[in-house]
Write a protein that binds this ligand. Structure first.
Ligand code: FAD
Length: 338
């Protein structure tokens, strides 16, 4: 196991923000993971596991404990479409392999930055697909004991951008998981932006993957060679889910501007957080010194260079307060504060 001291965490995050880790352990095998946990237990230090660092805002003070950098690699696919994924695989490489082998189910999740384990924690979703719908089991090591537990999909308690692992941070470290994909099935092309591109034709998995990456790039939402990328953690806030009554009040107050800015659900309405933020005075390209909003997407709070975690947090709090005052809606962070 490679253990370093006082390493800047900014280098491991897409925000490029964050102070030092007292210890940083690079783990590539389950044996090394257990060694890192034994080390932390012996020194009575807290543990934090980091994957691609694309969904976190690390404090300027850093982390006074052991940060474990997850690099557990593995990718095997059997004839039934069961894919076994190591926690430290780059998520988009997993999608690329599945698409190449004709396995449907995750093509719309192309281009989401971060590690495979991070995708499970966050229950990533995009363009009509969600990873939690395909998980058959997740294997994880308990931080306190080093014991391995297999979680069924039900035990992962997947919800919109949430999971048991996100609600119980640093209790278990995911080492690998299994996805049941669909050999030979058609690609998912239900999202309007994707449907429009194929105008009634049935696209292949590879065509949907390409379309998703291009759409994401137009929003500054890919971090891949060949595309312009920004120092963000993607969508900073979740799309809020509100009652139908509250939505009717907002519609009455803000009229036509609300059209196409919401999704009806059986008992509630999901509102576009980007719409609420823009209407509250924080449009694309908004800037206050080192921080602001991405020029391409109003949900992407951004480090314009040299920003501190404190500056990003203050802007986030200011946006939350403005949206609350204007719409009476409480925004919730999708990004985790460390
Ligand atoms: C440009 C951009 C676009 C994005 N677009 C999307 C999108 O379309 N949809 C979407 O859902 N998300 C999106 N995101 C958010 C982010 O990419 C995902 O949430 C991603 O899955 C996070 O993975 P990560 O490895 O970077 O996690 P990290 O940020 O490293 O960690 C996130 C959390 O997971 C925990 N964690 C990491 N590894 C493990 C492990 N092995 N075991 C247990 N816990 C672990 C961490 O402790 C932390 O609590 C975007 C981000 C960016 C920067």
């Amino acid at each position: 196991m490679n253990m370093k001291q006082n390493q800047l965490l900014a280098d491991l995050t897409t925000f490029q923000i964050g102070g030092p880790a007292l210890y940083l352990a690079e783990v590539t095998t389950e044996v090394e993971l257990k060694e890192a946990l034994d080390f932390a237990r012996a020194k009575k230090l807290p543990v934090f596991i980091i994957g691609g660092g694309s969904n976190i805002l690390v404090s300027d003070q850093g982390f006074n404990g052991v940060v474990i950098h997850n690099q557990l690699k593995r990718l095997t696919i059997d004839e039934s479409g069961l894919v076994t994924v190591g926690a430290g695989e780059n998520w988009d490489d997993v999608v690329a392999s599945a698409v190449q082998q004709g396995l449907a189910g995750i093509e719309c999740l192309s281009g989401v930055p971060g590690s495979a384990a991070g995708a499970i924690v966050q229950n990533i979703g995009a363009y009509g697909q969600t990873i939690g719908d395909l998980v058959s089991s997740v294997y994880a090591v308990e931080v306190a004991t080093g014991n391995v537990k297999e979680f069924s999909a039900a035990e992962c308690e997947f919800e919109y951008r949430n999971s048991w692992f996100k609600r119980h941070p640093n209790k278990f470290i995911i080492t690998k998981f299994e996805l049941q994909l669909h050999p030979g099935s058609a690609a998912t092309a239900i999202y309007p932006e994707i449907q429009k591109r194929f105008a009634g034709q049935v696209p292949t998995l590879a065509e949907v993957r390409r379309a998703v990456i291009e759409i994401r790039a137009s929003k500054g939402y890919v971090i891949m060679p060949g595309f312009e990328s920004y120092k963000t953690a993607g969508s900073f806030f979740k799309n809020p889910i509100i009652s139908k009554e509250q939505f009717e009040k907002i519609k009455a107050m803000f009229g036509d501007s609300t059209s196409n800015q919401f999704w009806e659900m059986p008992d509630s309405v999901k509102l576009s957080a980007a719409y609420l933020i823009e209407q509250s005075g924080f449009g694309k390209g908004y800037r206050e010194g080192n921080v602001g909003i991405s020029p391409k997407h109003s949900l992407g709070l951004m480090n314009y260079g040299g920003a501190s975690a404190e500056e990003i947090k203050s802007l986030a709090d200011k946006i939350k307060q403005s949206v609350l005052m204007k719409f009476g809606v409480k925004l919730e962070e999708e990004v985790l504060y460390i």
